[in-house]
Design a protein around this ligand. Structure first.
Ligand code: ATP
Ligand code: MG
Length: 478
């Protein structure tokens, strides 16, 4: 079929004639017609009406992926996918092992003799079996040194919409598929990560807020003991703080539809922390607000229960982000290969420098005076990474960014993939999507770019864990 250029339609806005380019749409707008198209002026109540309409639509969409009990279900995994991506064995060998062990999950098939499909719980059981019984030369179980705490990973950038949440969610799912036990903490009151994992968060008491409050309350109690010995009146713990003193991390951790991903969710009320934290800090200048999250997680034994803790942060360098960043062992900074995102990311590093330098300075004046060791923040690794990369348009820009950022920038560029937006209401991202819903090649390419993102992250993680394992062994030998 021959293609032909479409002529502009007669009667289009602007009264153009066939064969002529139409006038741009902003000419010939009739003020009277514009007036009659107006709604009543916006009021505060209107925001409420809009919010309710959005909420109803959102609930409609979210409910589509739920089963009858109203819970979200993770899709099934086929023998092909398991042996290709999750348990590295030949399909024939996989089938032989299952046949020889009738007690292992056998999968279900839609048709007689059709492909076998397994739940992710079953995949984990199979992996444990191959890990225990299979060839020792194969990597069935991911490396995790004994006795070392979980690694905390923060994904952050001041710039919005750069792919923080997508990167964080995909890394968490990759790590879970790889067999790690993951805790996801949403520090963004937008709650996007919470939606991805189907979290239900009633109010701020289901978020990290009470944990931060408890850290402050604990500081106040210690401070009050000091005040007592000096004969000063104690600083009161209000109702919120008193209630928070009884909250443990385990109380707010929720399971998700992923058997090895748990969640501490967020919703709008978490934003209250941004106002509350500076008030607390004013009341007790000695409170180390940046240590709150890290210390509470450690105190509550969370770092022994998981392999990885992922923190999704808001597009702001507020108190929640500062807490997340200072808790993190690994900091990932995603951004797109465009001038504005590169520019903004540079400024974000500048803000990180001044923020953490000023905390160190403030602490170290006192530390030096008292002859105590000085505070110096340290991260195992800091990595910037290019996301939503379009090789046809952005190669030159990405090359320039790479030249200036050097080793700070991950060499792998995470491609833009239609799979992310297309996955559907109940399915979030590539790992939750059923490959049969996509063209094989689109699926393979989309998956490859996120697998590569994970591979780059895992290389960092394993390197860091190995370094610590060696240091611990050396310490024990001395
Ligand atoms: N690799 C990718 N390919 C295509 N689209 C992507 C990719 N990564 C992210 N996106 C899309 O870009 C948009 C922004 O992504 P995301 O929400 O992850 O950014 P964010 O930095 O967390 O945003 P915010 O600052 O609001 O928290 C989303 O619509 C997401 O689906
Ligand atoms: Mg986000």
């Amino acid at each position: 079929m021959k293609s032909s250029k479409q002529a502009p339609k007669a009667g289009a806005k602007g009264g153009t004639k066939v064969g002529h380019d139409p006038l741009p749409p902003y000419f010939n707008i009739d003020p009277d017609a514009a007036e009659s198209a107006l709604d009543a002026p916006g009021t505060t109540a209107k925001f409420d009406a809009i919010a309710r309409a959005c909420q109803a639509g959102r609930d409609d969409l979210a409910s589509r992926g739920l089963d009858e009990a109203g819970t979200r279900q993770l899709r099934l995994f086929s023998t092909w996918e398991i042996t290709r991506y999750l348990i590295p064995v030949a399909q024939a060998h996989f089938r032989r092992v299952l046949k020889a062990h009738p007690d292992l999950p056998q999968g279900t098939s839609e048709t007689e003799g059709g492909a076998k499909w397994f739940t992710f719980e079953e995949v984990l059981r199979l992996r444990a079996h191959f890990g225990a019984e299979g060839s020792k030369s194969k990597e069935y179980l991911p490396y995790r040194p004994d006795g070392l705490p979980a690694k905390i990973v923060a994904v952050a950038n001041f710039k919005g919409g750069v792919g923080k949440t997508s990167t964080c969610a995909h890394l968490a799912m990759s790590a879970a598929l790889d067999g790690y036990r993951v805790l996801m903490i949403d520090l963004d009151s937008q709650g996007s990560m919470t939606s991805i994992f189907g979290g239900k968060v009633a109010d701020e008491w289901d978020t990290v807020f009470p944990l931060l409050a408890r850290h402050y309350g604990t500081h106040l109690r210690t401070e009050n003991r000091r005040r007592e010995t000096r004969g000063e009146a104690p600083l009161p713990l209000d109702d919120t703080l008193t209630e928070a003193m009884g909250v443990r991390t385990k109380d707010i951790i929720r399971p998700t539809h992923w058997p090895n991903i748990d969640l501490i969710g967020a919703q709008l009320n978490l934003y209250w922390s941004e106002f509350q934290i500076p008030v607390w800090r004013m009341q007790a200048r000695g409170w180390k607000l940046w240590d709150a999250l890290a210390e509470v997680l450690e105190e509550d034994g969370v770092l022994d229960d998981y392999d990885l803790v992922f923190l999704d942060t808001p597009p702001a360098l507020g108190y929640l982000t500062i807490n997340g960043l200072s808790a993190a062992d690994i900091l990932l900074v995603p951004f797109g290969a465009s001038f504005l995102e590169f520019d903004s990311t540079g400024r974000f590093f500048d803000m990180l420098h001044s923020t953490f330098a000023s905390i160190e300075e403030g602490e170290n004046i006192a530390a030096r005076a008292l002859g105590q060791p000085e505070l110096s923040f340290e991260w195992d690794a800091v990595r910037a990474m290019i996301t939503r990369y379009d090789g046809a348009q952005q190669a030159e820009m990405a090359g320039l960014i790479q030249a200036y950022m050097g080793r700070t920038l991950s060499p792998h560029r995470q491609d833009f993939t239609a799979l992310i937006g297309q996955a559907g209401e109940s399915v979030n991202g590539i790992y939750e999507a059923d490959y049969r819903d996509f063209n094989r090649e689109t699926y393979a390419r989309g998956r490859a770019t996120f697998d590569q993102t994970y591979a780059g992250f895992k290389e960092l993680l394993l390197g860091i864990w190995r370094r610590e394992e060696k240091a611990a062994a050396q310490e024990a030998a001395e």
